[in-house]
Design a protein. Structure first.
Length: 212
């Protein structure tokens, strides 16, 4: 007897309004048999308070909220820059480090100012990805990329803190490398690649968990 063909979910919601993240994640998931949707595809939605105390908690909050509100499987990441000399700051507050309406340049400038005179430039990007379904369960992937804080911004690619995150193996900042290189090396790229390598299992899990 032939097995029934596996039904794939029609959509996977990327639960963010950050266009840089959406583009990065969509590129990495482009070969999968799913329709990628972004938060903005669904119009105004209830606000979500990001009040978790870790990347893990915040990623799950966002993915679970989107899945419950929209009735679709949802993927969210929470990521940020952890600076050793600043006791882990900006950490989970990376996107809000210079205020709610600050630009990427504002955040980079504030961090560079905070690091003036510091000889310890060790920093790491950390990322946790959560894939949730409406009933609550979720899968989690995490990764880390270590580097140094540059003394000044360099490069025009990427987004966020990329211009000041120096990656010693390439002797470049993340804003000086291509999107393809970053997808292989970055915290988010590593976590997504880990997920992609076992996506058949992820897809099976989603189908088992989705109502109906």
């Amino acid at each position: 007897m032939k097995e029934a063909p596996m039904r794939t979910p029609t959509s996977l919601v990327i639960a963010t309004q950050n266009k840089g993240k959406i583009a990065e994640i969509s590129t990495l998931l482009a070969d999968f048999p799913i329709a990628i949707k972004s938060w903005d595809d669904f119009g105004p939605l209830p606000p979500l308070a990001e009040d978790g105390l870790s990347f893990d908690e915040n990623a799950y909050q966002k993915a679970s909220f989107a899945a419950r509100v929209l009735g679709l499987p949802a993927l969210a990441d929470d990521s940020g820059l952890v600076v050793e000399a600043l006791d882990g700051a900006p950490g989970i507050y990376s996107a809000r480090y210079a205020g709610p309406d600050a630009s990427d340049q504002d955040r980079c400038n504030k961090l560079l100012k905070a690091m003036q005179g510091q000889t310890n430039r060790k920093a790491a990007f950390e990322c946790v990805i959560s894939i949730a379904v409406p009933d609550g369960p979720a899968l989690t992937y995490a990764a880390r990329c270590e580097g140094l804080l540059a003394e000044s911004p360099s490069g025009k690619n990427g987004f966020g803190y990329d211009p000041i995150f120096y990656y010693p193996p390439l002797n470049k900042t993340f804003a000086e490398i291509s999107a393809a290189e970053k997808n292989d090396l970055s915290h988010r790229g590593k976590a997504l690649n880990e997920m992609r390598n076992e996506f058949d299992k992820v897809l099976t899990w989603i189908l088992q968990q989705m109502p109906g």
